[in-house]
Design a protein around this ligand. Structure first.
Ligand code: FMN
Length: 516
């Protein structure tokens, strides 16, 4: 119970959840409001590092420490020094007559000061009855920042910022958030029976401020689209989750709202989500999930393992063999073999890149999940305006069942060749200019297979990583378009065997449906 209320950020009310404390009974200011006011007055600065120096004319506020990279960790000498300084700061604050946490009135500041002094002086403080301590401890828990929106009837849309949005259940798909029962927006949202949770990005702090401050023009100042439930979806948000209200459970001074997810999606912006921690805003810099260096390392390792295999294959087939990977939604040729021996080979293959857009390069998407499939189709839509999604899905179905892909368009291949044949090896050819043509031609020819060998120009096979995802693909390039079925089948088998060998070398696991 206390947990829920704390995550909702509002322990300071007259609900009796947290009682006894003088400050508690006097102030009707919520945790979120007071935090927001501190931010607004500039006395708590969202700077992304520990700042034990005074943050305003009146002295120090609660330290804001926003960037995970700077959050002091145990055993970290510099961090321990920083922590010591923070604590000293608190003690120093506690010696002054007022607590300088922003525009609290004098009485509130005094009580807050006493509260914090009591909490920090008594190093074994553990009581949830001490509201200031309660808020301070719970403020150590970082949250995302989500804008909950709904469109009540003829009224203007309703929206409120919450830090309590969370996933609840996968089957059925449920999420939750926890509004304060005193919120003026929540009853309007409730009345509609649905809501959209917009996950704000680090660049949308102004949206967060406008909505938590009830700014007048907060809807007109932003761009919105409609969700299936009719709730406003904020353009540029990191993600959106459209829900019907399934259940509302009163818990202390907050409601726990359970939403059944109707539809959801990610934004096209590459920006990371906004975070809220210790009264300040920040965002992640986690190399393990977003660093291009990590993706690059994976690719480089796979390409390195592939090198001897593709050289042998190119020699055997007298054709060009390429290794490609996906970097930032583009397919990039990482390495190539046989570029001199094959008639169609080009020494300027490496570095060639084109957008990962349907129905091109389906192997990079076929095992990557629904999100990747949607992005693949959306990318194509952005380039050519409209795309037949059914055909794109048929393409994926086909490569999943075959375990390889076939390219057939001799005309498009010729255009491709014309562009990649650049005389200089300093500039990598970029195919983005010819991308619409490639998409349209591939879309019009539909999913290709070997039963009809006419026009086949290249064959592709996937190399899997340890998570069963496609690490890189191998392409045998340069068929004339009238090779015999027997020749093509032989090439396909050798290509598949080479891809399987590389998968094994890098410790990869193919999905069971296509395991040898
Ligand atoms: C980062 C952040 C997180 C917040 N989280 C919550 C929350 O989980 N629940 C809540 O009721 N209010 C939360 N608030 C406060 C509301 O956004 C704020 O009170 C808003 O104005 C709602 O009031 P209204 O519904 O009367 O407009 C949060 C505010 C901020 C800045």
């Amino acid at each position: 119970m206390a947990d829920v209320a704390a995550r909702a950020g509002e322990p300071s009310t007259s609900s009796g959840l947290v009682g006894g404390d003088k400050f508690e009974r006097r102030t009707a200011t919520s945790f979120w409001e007071s935090q927001q006011r501190w931010l607004d007055t500039g006395q708590m600065r969202a700077r992304g590092n520990v700042d034990p120096q005074p943050t305003g004319p009146e002295g120090p506020g609660i330290p804001t420490n926003l960037s995970p990279a700077h959050i002091p960790g145990p055993g970290d000498e510099a961090s321990e020094f920083a922590i010591a300084r923070i604590l000293w700061n608190y003690f120093r604050t506690s010696l002054s007559p007022t607590f300088t946490g922003g525009n609290l009135n004098e009485e509130e500041s005094k009580t807050m000061t006493q509260s914090i002094r009591a909490s920090t002086a008594e190093t074994h403080e553990t009581s949830p009855e001490n509201a200031a301590w309660f808020r301070y401890v719970l403020g150590q828990y970082p949250t995302g920042v989500t804008l909950i929106t709904a469109a009540p009837g003829d009224d203007e849309p309703a929206g409120m910022v919450v830090g309590t949005f969370s996933s609840v259940s996968l089957d059925p798909p449920l999420v939750a958030f926890m509004p304060d029962v005193r919120s003026t927006s929540w009853p309007k949202i409730r009345e509609t029976g649905s809501f959209c949770a917009n996950i704000l990005t680090a660049g949308q702090q102004d949206v967060c401020r406008a909505f938590s401050r009830k700014a007048e023009d907060r809807f007109s100042a932003n761009h919105w689209a409609d969700t299936p439930s009719g709730s406003p979806r904020l353009e540029g948000a990191a993600a959106w989750i459209d829900c019907d209200i399934e259940d509302v459970i009163r818990s202390g001074d907050h409601d726990i709202v359970i939403g059944r997810v109707r539809a959801l999606g990610v934004g096209s912006s590459k920006e990371l989500p906004l975070l809220f921690l210790r009264g300040g805003y920040g965002s992640f810099t986690i190399p393990s999930i977003i660093s291009p260096a990590t993706a690059l390392t994976r690719h480089v390792k796979a390409a390195d393992a592939a090198r001897p295999v593709i050289e042998a294959l190119a020699e055997e087939l007298k054709l060009e063999v390429l290794v490609s990977g996906v970097v930032d939604d583009s397919v990039v040729v990482l390495t190539a073999a046989g570029v001199d021996s094959s008639p169609g080979g080009s020494p300027s293959r490496v570095g060639v890149s084109f957008g990962l857009a349907a129905p091109l390069a389906p192997l990079h998407v076929a095992w990557a999940g629904e999100g990747a499939e949607k992005r693949w189709i959306d990318n194509a839509r952005e380039v050519v305006g409209k795309i037949d999604a059914t055909l794109a899905h048929a393409e994926l179905e086909q490569v999943r069942s075959l375990g390889y892909a076939v390219s057939v368009d001799v005309g498009a291949a010729a255009e491709f060749e014309r562009i990649v044949h650049v005389p200089s090896d300093t500039a990598a050819p970029d195919l983005s200019g010819v991308l619409p043509l490639l998409i349209e031609r591939a879309a019009s020819s539909g999913p290709a297979a070997l039963d009809d060998p006419a026009g086949v120009t290249s064959l592709h096979a996937p190399v899997f990583d340890s998570e069963g995802q496609v690490a890189v693909t191998l392409t045998v390039n340069g068929f004339s378009g009238d090779d015999s079925l027997a020749r093509l089948e032989d090439c396909r088998d050798r290509l598949a065997a080479s891809a399987a060998a590389i998968t094994q070398t890098i410790g990869g696991t193919p999905p069971s449906a296509i395991a040898p």
